[in-house]
Write a protein that binds this ligand. Structure first.
Ligand SMILES: Nc1ncnc2c1ncn2[C@@H]1O[C@H](COP(=O)(O)OP(=O)(O)OP(=O)(O)O)[C@@H](O)[C@H]1O
Ligand SMILES: [Mg+2]
Length: 756
């Protein structure tokens, strides 16, 4: 068949060797994923295998979609019938059918991590444990780790090794929480993400008839990115392939980057032991990248001790040298990247989608996003949200917005009970309704909470109001950075995030720090005359305003290096090449850690097809201070023949084209402060039209208001007083309105015109 002609001899061998166990261990860009796709096509069209009998497992949804697309182009629609997807998606599908065998309903719910955390929180509460010690995130990540190693709660509680390992680190009640958590999931007919694999293992262990059914069905099993599978995934694969033994795994030990999530590179080594008649294929020719990039990647991975020897080479041309870009600050780094893309796109007639910007941690996207927005370049963030969409950023921004503009209802709702301060949804609703009914400003109602709601929530709201007042004073007296830092601290938000020591938690903490950095940078910038918090908020509102109507079909890709696995782009920027950032400070406990960071650098480097840039900044704001940075040690490990120092300058120093006129979101869309866009009226029942007050409307003195009198309300129109209750400051009137029914209003606040 002629499609085989577009494979080299080794690849072809791997494709044609369809029966028996096969392992392809090969360098980046050598066609591993290509071999898998061709293999599927070959099985269907040459060997006559029914597409339904082929299972291929990938690591991410994006990779699965990509592979499906490639196969369809190659083999047509029949290929659709193969089983293809991530481990989680494929086994969720199987459990839908088989779950009753292990006691779950087939319509079981899948809990996402928010659901799981909330369940853990209630268990910790019921057990009367300290939720500061047993933080939901940390507990969940322990449980997840156990499940991925197939450790049940029982083993977790009884096995002395597990105990010694986990309980010392995580307090004595972990085992019991795990047990209760599992029990509750079971009773709720729910599985968390890890259960999808864990329970599949149980299913196959306890129900050999079921196992046998799938063994018969999946005559051919394939796994991409095998180096990143965990024990649970490995065992499932092995069991499924046990009868036919037609299993083909492809991977690259040099790209193993998920050890922190339980991936085990040992799986590659075990595979040889598990299948003595294993057919091993090495692919060494790289088709993706220029010779310069391949040489650079080899020089990097050479520094790792733990690796299988491979000799990756390419017959591609030399291409351009890698450009090493030095910027004075992180925002200049962003500007240089943005202006380089702008130029390259135009001079080389490239699309936005030909470019990727890769970083080590999520918080780095902020400066890059800002620079791209200023040049009106379309981008998308893969595997995450854009900086100002992230929850923790929205939370802190909401505190700042509400302080500056305390009628901002959305901001109020976000922060009034976060961090938790005992103000429930019902109280919040009462406050919002009171503001509406009395036509009062939200802030006025909050300050008079006792008049509208009772009990503890009212005192809590008093405290909340006192806190916001203190913030207001800070905002008036101090610059944006000082005010924002104190808001982050005094609100309790920073502490809440700081105490969460999971990777996710650290990520969120870093993001908040990064927002403070951005504010500090704004204050330090001489071009900004108004250094108030309000001015900063306005700047951000303008910058993020035009998000809605962007067409993202052709976008620059921004993502962490972890998410970039398996993908390729014509031009790649690896940003933030600095000590403590990459290699990451947090991941530098041991040689193994350093080697995993280096593999990550290898992954980043090998995403590029034509052109690669490494960028670093000499100074970067961290924790609100401008710190000096050192270039990453990894830069010295790149063969000097492959790299040159760039002459790029930032757009700031470039004449004309890139100046601030490019700022998206024109000034007329600035509504003063962000947040003011959504007026409290948004809570109005939409079907009913509000009354327009008469031209001579003027609130009357209601001290002597009595039943039977007619009144006009600025929103509800005309009505008749039914009765007056409670004297003193809480004096209330029940009024029957023509179109709005009966409402009870506090007379010290209600604006009413008495008609007679
Ligand atoms: N024999 C070949 N002829 C032409 N192009 C090829 C050949 N083999 C692979 N390629 C191309 O090289 C690129 C890299 O291939 P592929 O993505 O399959 O590599 P990989 O080994 O899976 O890489 P990674 O380790 O990054 O996942 C792709 O664009 C692919 O189409
Ligand atoms: Mg691949």
């Amino acid at each position: 068949m002629d499609y085989l002609d577009s494979l080299n001899p080794e690849q072809r061998m791997a494709v044609e060797h369809t029966d028996g166990p096969v392992m392809i261990i090969a360098g980046a860009g050598s066609g591993k994923t290509r071999v898998l796709t061709y293999r599927i096509a070959h099985l269907i069209y040459e060997k006559g295998v029914d597409a339904f009998n082929i299972l291929s497992l990938t690591f991410t949804n994006k990779a699965a979609a990509e592979m499906r697309h490639r196969i369809e182009t190659l083999a047509g629609l029949e290929a659709r019938n193969t089983w293809m997807g991530t481990f989680h998606s494929v086994f969720a599908k199987i459990l839908r059918v088989e779950a009753p065998k292990i006691g779950y309903p087939s319509n079981f719910t899948i809990y996402d991590s928010d659901d799981s955390k909330s369940l853990i929180r209630s268990i910790v509460k019921e057990m009367r444990l300290d939720d500061k010690v047993y933080k939901a995130n940390a507990v969940l990540s322990r449980i997840s780790g156990a499940k991925n190693r197939l450790i049940t709660w029982k083993v977790y509680q009884d096995d002395p090794f597990v105990k010694a390992d986990d309980e010392a680190a995580m307090k004595p009640k972990m085992g019991e929480i795990y047990q209760r958590y599992q029990d509750r999931l079971f009773k709720a007919g729910a599985m968390d993400f890890d259960d999808l694999l864990f329970n599949t293992n149980i299913l196959f262990r306890d129900h050999l008839d079921v196992l046998n059914k799938y063994q018969q069905r999946f005559r051919y099993v394939m796994v991409d990115e095998f180096q990143d599978t965990n024990l649970s995934q490995y065992l499932i694969t092995k069991k499924l392939a046990a009868v036919h033994q037609n299993i083909c795994v492809v991977g690259d030990d040099a790209q193993s980057i998920y050890a922190f999530r339980g991936a085990d590179i040992q799986n590659i080594l075990n595979f040889e032991k598990d299948y003595p008649d294993l057919f091993v294929v090495k692919l060494e020719q790289n088709y993706r990248s220029t010779k310069t990039i391949v040489d650079a990647a080899n020089s990097i991975i050479d520094k790792n001790k733990a690796q299988l020897k491979k000799n990756v080479w390419t017959s591609n041309g030399d291409g351009d040298l890698i450009e090493l870009v030095k910027a004075s600050t992180d925002s200049e780094e962003g500007r240089i990247v943005a202006s380089t893309i702008f130029e390259e796109r135009n001079t080389k007639k490239l699309n936005n989608s030909d470019f990727a910007i890769l970083y080590r941690t999520n918080s780095q996207s902020r400066a890059i996003e800002e620079a791209l927005r200023k040049l009106n370049l379309t981008y998308k963030i893969v595997g995450g949200l854009s900086f100002y969409q992230r929850k923790e950023i929205k939370d802190l921004m909401a505190y700042m917005r509400f302080t500056v503009n305390p009628v901002d209802e959305e901001a109020f709702k976000r922060i009034v009970n976060y961090p938790k301060r005992g103000i429930g949804d019902t109280s919040v609703d009462k406050i919002l309704v009171a503001a509406f009914d009395h036509d009062m400003q939200l802030w006025e109602v909050v300050q008079n909470a006792h008049s509208f709601i009772g009990g503890r929530a009212a005192s809590q709201l008093d405290d909340f109001a006192t806190m916001i007042k203190a913030f207001k004073i800070e905002v008036e007296r101090k610059d944006a950075f000082e005010a924002a830092s104190s808001i982050a601290k005094q609100s309790g938000l920073l502490r809440e995030l700081y105490e969460d020591k999971t990777i996710e938690g650290l990520n969120r903490y870093e993001n908040v720090q990064e927002l403070l950095n951005a504010i500090k940078e704004y204050v330090d910038n001489e071009e900004n005359e108004d250094k108030s918090l309000g001015a900063f908020l306005q700047e951000i509102a303008l910058l993020t305003d035009n998000d809605r109507d962007k067409d993202t079909t052709d976008a620059i890709t921004l993502m962490t290096i972890h998410s970039s696995k398996g993908l390729e782009f014509k031009q790649v920027f690896v940003v933030g090449m600095e000590e403590d950032l990459f290699p990451s400070q947090m991941m530098m406990q041991s040689r193994e850690d350093l080697e995993e960071e280096r593999r990550l650098f290898y992954v980043a480097t090998t995403r590029a097809m034509d052109k690669l840039y490494f960028t670093y900044a000499l100074t970067r704001y961290r924790y609100g201070r401008l710190l000096n940075c050192e270039p990453s040690r990894f830069l010295e490990e790149v063969s000097p023949d492959c790299i040159k120092v760039s002459k790029k300058v930032s757009s700031k120093e470039m004449p004309g084209a890139f100046r601030r006129e490019g700022l998206p979101g024109s000034s007329e869309s600035a509504s003063g402060y962000i947040g003011i866009k959504k007026k409290p009226e948004s809570r109005m029942p939409t079907a009913m039209k509000l009354h327009t007050p008469s031209p001579d409307f003027k609130p009357s003195n209601t001290n002597n208001l009595q039943a039977e009198q007619l009144v006009e309300h600025p929103k509800f129109g005309f009505g008749k007083v039914q009765k007056i209750e409670t004297e003193g400051i809480n004096r209330k009137a029940s009024i029957q309105f023509e179109h709005f029914g009966e409402k009870t209003l506090l007379l010290s606040f209600a604006k009413l015109r008495i008609i007679d």
